[in-house]
Design a protein around this ligand. Structure first.
Ligand code: ATP
Ligand code: MG
Length: 422
């Protein structure tokens, strides 16, 4: 599976794909075939997971036209009756972002007829160069040939038609033939999907989303483990401009490709930061601010039905992320704080941010609220008792409720603002 789906999509664009033989309905129809990973292992809960995945697939395919899903063990096939090959290629492209899918293939759906299968397989190798192999498997064992007989037969015909050499180990091209109950699928290429679990399967959480590099990566990692997430951003407004909000908005729009239907809550945090500073927190300003963010997030999560908070903390990356300070942060709330990046290096996080398409947005300049009112020296070993004292004086619990209530809701969609409502 060395070649990419892109080359298959390009082939579709440039040549209209493999010609449809015979004119018989359904022959050679282009479809998307997807292999599932962990979902296969989930035993009796499997149906629930599959239903979730089907819903997510439909949401990701929104606006492309009517689709039909069919589920086989560990495999989903999407057909697009009446869709053009180009639309099917676009559909495959969208599936790259759906969590829970391990491999995505653009396939030709053929009747269970040896000649039809052979014809499509031969055509799929037109304009290819180098060595090739045919791999056949039968999900339906009633097919009159064994897998190796089928592969041998088709391989001989390809050789005859295109004069290409067969090479069973590490060939340049592989033709896959998968025999199903009512049809056969023929394809040559595939691309890896996101893997993980379908979004929503693990419940709901609230991501604390700065405009930085780390929190979008943390969000992606948790979505990949099946969490549906809402986003909360604190801006330094009214003491900073709106740039950080624009960044958070673009980041969430980018991440919306992975879950569809994202909500971003924005809280103007500047005045609360000023209040903390006026109360004389000094070196504790940063940790006290972060505790207030977490308390606000907890209050909002309660309203949204979120069962956990997610942050982009990595151990020791900045002064607020020492082990002592992280302990002081955990003390601020009852909800679990998930920190999927805790053991990662910055370079690893940046590579992942590039891969999920958020790095270029995070690197745009902005005025982060955390750099507002930063003390000359930051406490690296905050004492929980000191923090609690300060918070009592300020009635921080009420402040957090008030801040949560002031959150403004935005709905950044990967389909753009003109997208129809889900
Ligand atoms: P990031 O790159 O995500 O901004 P960072 O390395 O800059 O992280 P901090 O600024 O200490 O580290 O923030 C740690 C975590 O706290 C962030 O990953 C995020 O989850 C949360 N956080 C920080 N600032 C904000 C903010 N303005 N709004 C929402 N969450 C924030
Ligand atoms: Mg930051």
């Amino acid at each position: 599976m060395s070649a990419s789906l892109d080359s298959a999509a390009t082939e579709v664009r440039e040549h209209g794909g493999v010609a449809r033989p015979g004119g018989e309905a359904g022959l050679g129809e282009l479809c998307v075939l997807m292999k599932l990973g962990e979902i296969v292992l989930k035993g009796s809960n499997r149906q629930l997971f599959e239903r979730r995945l089907h819903n997510n697939i439909r949401a990701a395919a929104r606006g492309l036209g009517e689709i039909r899903l069919s589920q086989r063990k560990g495999v989903i096939v999407i057909r697009m009756p009446g869709g053009s090959d180009l639309q099917v290629a676009e559909l495959a492209e969208r599936m790259r972002n759906v969590m829970g899918i391990v491999w995505i293939h653009l396939v030709r759906r053929v009747a269970k007829d040896l000649d039809a299968v052979t014809d499509i397989a031969v055509r799929s190798m037109a304009e290819r160069t180098g060595t090739f192999a045919v791999r056949a498997r039968r999900r339906d064992k009633r097919f009159p040939m064994t897998s190796s007989e089928l592969a041998g037969h088709v391989g001989a015909k390809i050789q005859e038609a295109h004069h290409l050499p067969v090479k069973l180990k590490h060939p340049d091209n592989t033709v896959f033939i998968e025999v199903d109950k009512d049809e056969v699928f023929v394809f040559t290429d595939g691309i890896p999907g996101q893997g993980g679990l379908p979004v929503g399967m693990s419940g709901r959480a609230l991501v604390l989303m700065s405009g930085g590099i780390d929190s979008p990566v943390a969000a992606h990692r948790m979505m990949r483990r099946g969490l549906k997430v809402d986003f909360l951003h604190f801006s330094g407004m009214p003491f900073t401009g709106p740039e950080s909000i624009y960044k958070a908005y673009s980041l969430v729009r980018q991440l919306d490709r992975f879950q569809v239907g994202s909500r971003l809550f924005v809280v103007p945090f500047g005045k609360a930061q000023q209040q903390l500073k006026n109360s004389g927190v000094e070196r504790l300003q940063i940790v006290a601010q972060r505790r207030l963010m977490l308390k606000t997030a907890e209050a909002l999560a309660e309203r949204l039905g979120g069962a956990a908070l997610v942050t982009g903390d990595a151990l020791g990356q900045v002064s607020s992320q020492t082990l002592t300070n992280i302990t002081a942060l955990d003390d601020a709330v009852d909800l679990p704080i998930l920190r999927p990046l805790i053991g990662m290096d910055k370079t690893e996080i940046m590579a992942e941010a590039r891969r999920i398409g958020t790095l270029h947005i995070s690197e745009l300049p902005d005025e982060d609220c955390c750099t507002l009112l930063t003390p000359r020296q930051v406490e690296t070993a905050a004492k929980i008792e000191d923090l609690r004292q300060i918070e009592k004086r300020l009635d921080v619990e009420e402040l957090a409720e008030h801040l949560a209530g002031s959150a403004q809701l935005h709905k950044p969609s990967f389909l753009g603002d003109s997208a129809p409502a889900a």
